[in-house]
Design a protein around this ligand. Structure first.
Ligand code: FNR
Length: 774
């Protein structure tokens, strides 16, 4: 007993006993065997389910399992259940390969008669630990005992394994006789009958409680029956039942140490070998995979890939389909993990393993068997032209042996309790997420961790960096919801499946670079959800996971849907853009002349004041031109205001065309314009400003096409220069205005009114010009 262990459990382990239930030959009504069933001592752990749960919880399952078998053997001998009777004894799947059998042999040898044993294996062992199961079957057969597979039909997996385990007895799950027949039952019986017919195995129906169950059982092809109709479990043989002998045609055959042999070596000597390049083997393999898909859940596929790199992206996709459709799939090769894809069982092949040099694909089901068994001839050439020596066989024994050879190398499913004293999974296994306890949590901490991951509202993904194209090997519930896809559509694929053509290529490139460098990164990317491809914003955080050597073996991704935030931010930016556009428009309206788009007088004044400050600071000069059109009023009177407005726009355009980019232009009102010329050299400022004034005058004088004709206007331009004529805008304007009048008076001889007050007040000048008409 373990120190500090549960005293009730310890007591129960010491007091385990067996009860025996008859197994009857249905045709004759004779009892031919008894199944030993474990019971705890009277108390809370008397029922086997409570007893096994307590032992499993306390990590003492192996102990209980051993105690049960010893009790079964001793009980059987004590109750005289010896030849011609047979005893059916169970072995717990989790402790299969460590179950000590030697003590039992000793008990059997000391019995007054021959103890005949059928070891029952439940189908739970098959998927979890196929290699261990095959080894146990070998050991049991070496002892001269027979094998029964229990609960056949509870899952299709057990049907797929019948040809591999070659049981002597097939025990049908009780629902087969207790439920109404349907397609599922037909499929099971199809597989069981195929196996029994070929192997001579005996079919035993459990759960026979009524005459109708009995009739069904016989109809299904069972010859042995077990259930309350024949007798309940009791302390020993039932004296009322006549005794018969169980004849097992296949009992005692051994499979040999199959694990030592490679699949290629399973080929009989007389099978002709062919040579073919890799390209042909690829096609032959795919054909076998298609056969397997057709066979469905009763089919086992076992394959070997030499090295993990040959398990390519397209293989990944095909194997994802295979695992979906068939009963059991395994893939072996150098550096392949225990679960290369969810549901696909794998294992690393050691350097010395002959299977490393082979390319094997075996497909086995109750009605079909085929194997491609090939050996690499070690060519140096291009990969697709590498030559192999191969055989394609449909011979069932060869295919079964080849499949057994591969299955005997499959690592236990990660998370599956490894009993003390047995080998740990191979090193490559430790890197798979499943090996971290994510796939099947066993310890309380792992179960809690897994629950937490499933409950978190953030998406969590784990990507295997050692497999081609970095497939997702774990995705929690939240990620499945974010992606809007079921696990099957996610697992085995790269996360880029969520991206859209609109996903920012810059962000994707940054992720690619970070992942290539083994660094963490955070990006917000546009992704798509579900089959209808609804866009959503994914705030993605990636972090590398290193192994003991510091190699990045996985990446963990955390995904958060930030669509609401991104959209709110974008709405805000749009709103801000709209507001600034409106503000700009308001400013424009406040500062510009709506007709010509030139500055208005107020804005020009501000800007000229600033330019004067700058000019003075730098020692530059600034020129101001006062432009007044000659003949504008006549055009207005004769052609209307619209034509007048158009003329003003033409003049504004011509002014703009003639000045430098940094010069300032304004319309004062009516037909008056101002031009400010900053950055003039003081010595030449006046001459320069006068030259510009002359150019502008000439430009304005050019004919203007208007209302289907051409009109001519002129311009009088007065020039003032800072600092000579003043150092504030008002003074410069005043000077320029006066000079403009001077010019106008000089050219037209029109009476001049004093301009001083008007210029200072900024009001529109009074009309004073004569038209110049065509
Ligand atoms: C990713 N990537 C990814 N991309 C995306 O658009 N949405 C996602 O949710 C995720 N999640 C994710 C998780 C983990 C763990 C990794 C390592 C990566 C990014 C994606 O898979 C891929 O790395 C980038 O698209 C860049 O590589 P490619 O497409 O240029 O090969």
């Amino acid at each position: 007993m373990q120190p500090g262990g549960d005293p009730v459990l310890a007591e129960a382990l010491r007091g385990v006993r067996s009860v025996f239930q008859p197994i009857v030959e249905m045709d004759t009504g004779r009892v031919v065997a008894y199944e030993a069933l474990a019971r705890g001592p009277v108390g809370p752990l008397e029922r086997p389910d409570a007893l096994f749960a307590a032992a499993r919880g306390a990590g003492r399952l192996a102990e209980l399992d051993e105690a049960c078998r010893a009790a079964a053997f001793r009980g059987a001998v004590d109750a005289g259940l010896v030849a011609p009777l047979t005893v059916f004894v169970n072995v717990e799947p989790e402790v299969l390969d460590t179950a000590p059998l030697a003590d039992l042999v000793a008990i059997a040898e000391n019995a007054p008669g021959a103890v005949r044993v059928v070891m029952e294996i439940t189908e739970r062992a098959i998927a979890a630990r196929p290699a261990e199961l095959l080894r146990t079957v070998e050991r049991v057969r070496e002892l001269g005992w027979a094998i029964a597979v229990d609960d056949v039909g509870a899952e299709s997996m057990s049907l797929a394994f019948l040809p591999l385990l070659c049981p002597d007895v097939v025990k049908l799950d009780l629902r087969l006789v207790q439920e109404r027949p349907g397609p599922a039952i037909a499929e099971i019986m199809n597989a069981v009958n195929a196996y029994a017919e070929r192997s001579g195995a005996v079919v035993l129906a459990e759960g026979i409680e009524t005459g109708q169950h009995l009739a069904y059982a016989r109809g299904l092809g069972a010859t042995l029956g077990q259930g309350w109709l024949f007798g309940r479990p009791g302390p020993g043989a039932d004296p009322r039942l006549p005794v018969g002998e169980l004849v097992l045609p296949g009992a005692g055959r051994t499979t040999g140490a199959i694990g030592a042999v490679s699949p290629f070596a399973c080929l009989p000597d007389d099978v002709p070998l062919r040579r073919a390049p890799k390209a042909l083997l690829i096609e032959l393999s795919k054909q076998l995979e298609r056969e397997a898909m057709r066979l469905g859940e009763t089919c086992v596929v076992a394959a070997t890939f030499q090295e993990a790199r040959h398990f390519t992206v397209s293989t990944t996709q095909r194997y994802r389909d295979l695992v979906e459709r068939t009963g059991f799939v395994c893939a072996l090769g150098e550096d392949l993990p225990v679960e290369p894809l969810p549901g696909v069982r794998g294992a690393h092949l050691d350097a010395g393993d002959p299977v490393r040099g082979e390319w094997d694909v075996t497909v086995l089901s109750p009605h079909f068997s085929a194997a491609l068994l090939a050996r690499d001839l070690g060519d140096e050439g291009p990969d697709l032209e590498r030559t192999f020596e191969y055989a394609l066989t449909y011979e069932r024994t060869t295919v079964s042996r080849a499949a057994q050879s591969l299955l005997s190398r499959v690592a236990p499913r990660s998370g599956q309790a490894t009993p003390a004293g047995t080998a740990e999974p191979r090193p490559a296994a430790t890197a798979s997420p499943a090996a971290t306890g994510l796939a099947v949590g066993t310890t309380t901490a792992e179960v809690l961790l897994r629950r937490a991951l499933e409950a978190t509202p953030s998406g969590v993904t784990i990507v295997d960096m050692r497999l081609p194209d970095q497939p997702i090997v774990y995705a929690n519930e939240a990620f499945r919801e974010l992606a809007g896809l079921p696990s099957e559509a996610i697992l085995g694929r790269n996360c880029r499946l969520l991206q859209s053509p609109d996903t920012d290529p810059g962000a994707v490139a940054r992720i690619r670079a970070a992942v290539a460098a083994g660094q963490s990164c955070r990006e917000t990317v546009l992704n798509l959800r579900g089959p209808d491809r609804t866009p959503w914003w994914n705030e993605l955080h990636l972090a590398p996971v290193h192994d003991a050597d510091g190699t990045v073996v996985q990446y963990i991704g955390v995904q958060v849907d930030v669509t609401a935030r991104v959209e709110a931010e974008r709405a805000l930016v749009r709103e801000r853009d709209r507001t600034s556009a409106a503000l700009a428009r308001i400013q424009e309206l406040a500062y510009t002349d709506p007709l010509t788009g030139l500055l208005n007088r107020r804005r020009l004044e501000e800007q000229v004041e600033a330019a004067i400050w700058e000019a003075r600071a730098r020692g530059d000069s600034l020129g101001l031109l006062f432009v007044d059109l000659d003949g504008f009023k006549t055009v207005n009177d004769r052609f209307g205001h619209a034509a007048g407005d158009e003329l003003l726009q033409v003049v504004a355009r011509r002014l703009r065309e003639r000045v430098r980019r940094r010069d300032l232009l304004a319309r004062l009102g009516g037909d008056e314009f101002l031009v400010a010329l900053p950055d003039l050299t003081p010595e030449t400022a006046r001459a320069e400003a006068t030259r510009v004034a002359d150019e502008l005058t000439a430009s304005i004088r050019r004919a203007v096409p208007l209302s289907g004709t051409e009109v001519h206007v002129g311009a009088s331009i007065g020039v003032s220069v800072c600092p000579e004529d003043g150092v504030v805008f008002a003074d410069l304007l005043h000077r320029a205005d006066l000079r403009m009048y001077d010019r106008k008076s000089a050219t037209r001889g029109v009476a001049v009114r004093a301009a001083t007050a008007r210029a200072a007040a900024g009001s529109a000048p009074v009309p004073r010009r004569e038209p110049v008409l065509p």
